[in-house]
Design a protein around this ligand. Sequence first.
Ligand SMILES: *Cc1c(COP(=O)(O)O)cnc(C)c1O
Length: 222
Amino acid sequence: MEKDQAVLARLAEVKARLARAARDGGRDPEGVTLVCVTKTFGPDEIRPVLQAGERFFGENRVQEAMRKWPELRLAYPDIELHLIGPLQSNKAREAVEFFDVIETVDREKIAGALAQEIARSGRCPRLYVQVNTGSEPQKAGVVPEEADGFIAYCRTLGLEVSGLMCIPPHGEQASPHFALLNKIAARNGIATLSMGMSSDFEIAIELGATHVRIGSAIFGAR
Ligand SMILES: *Cc1c(COP(=O)(O)O)cnc(C)c1O
């Protein structure tokens, strides 16, 4: 119970900061969606946030999400679940069946597997392309120079790219990465920008984020 109260207090604080950052930038707070990142946390820790009215959630592993979300979804059928972690093509079927938004489309093999599953199942989650704005070798995402070409490729497969997502390099100033993502989105006619996490969501909102993905600032350290 006390732990629930702490989570709810942090949630309220995050929402207040989100609204303030939006207003400071002359934007409507309603234009910024809070995606609560629940990886590593269980249904008992997630439930208070659902009870408080949050409906957008992010998970980074397909299997983990499929273990814990079915029972929560029965109670809250109107939630929207985002896959924010790397997707293997052998998990494309499950990802298409289970998620409402897949934020990590980043290579031709995945795009092809998703197109095939979408055609087969008739289910069509919204798709975002992940951009590796820092061109980090170990990080998922298409590098900036290849983003336009990859988005065009997805479109030739009949996939609608509705958003872009990025995770700036650790320990670097995030704002140039957010600005770059915004620029790539603008020139490709993409309106949704998933950027900003616990440590940098206000600056992301200032630079046009429509979705912020926040875990530890709400649920505590992992
Ligand atoms: C874990 C994670 C987040 C949330 O990070 P916090 O720092 O806990 O807010 C956001 N996006 C992705 C892709 C993540 O894996």
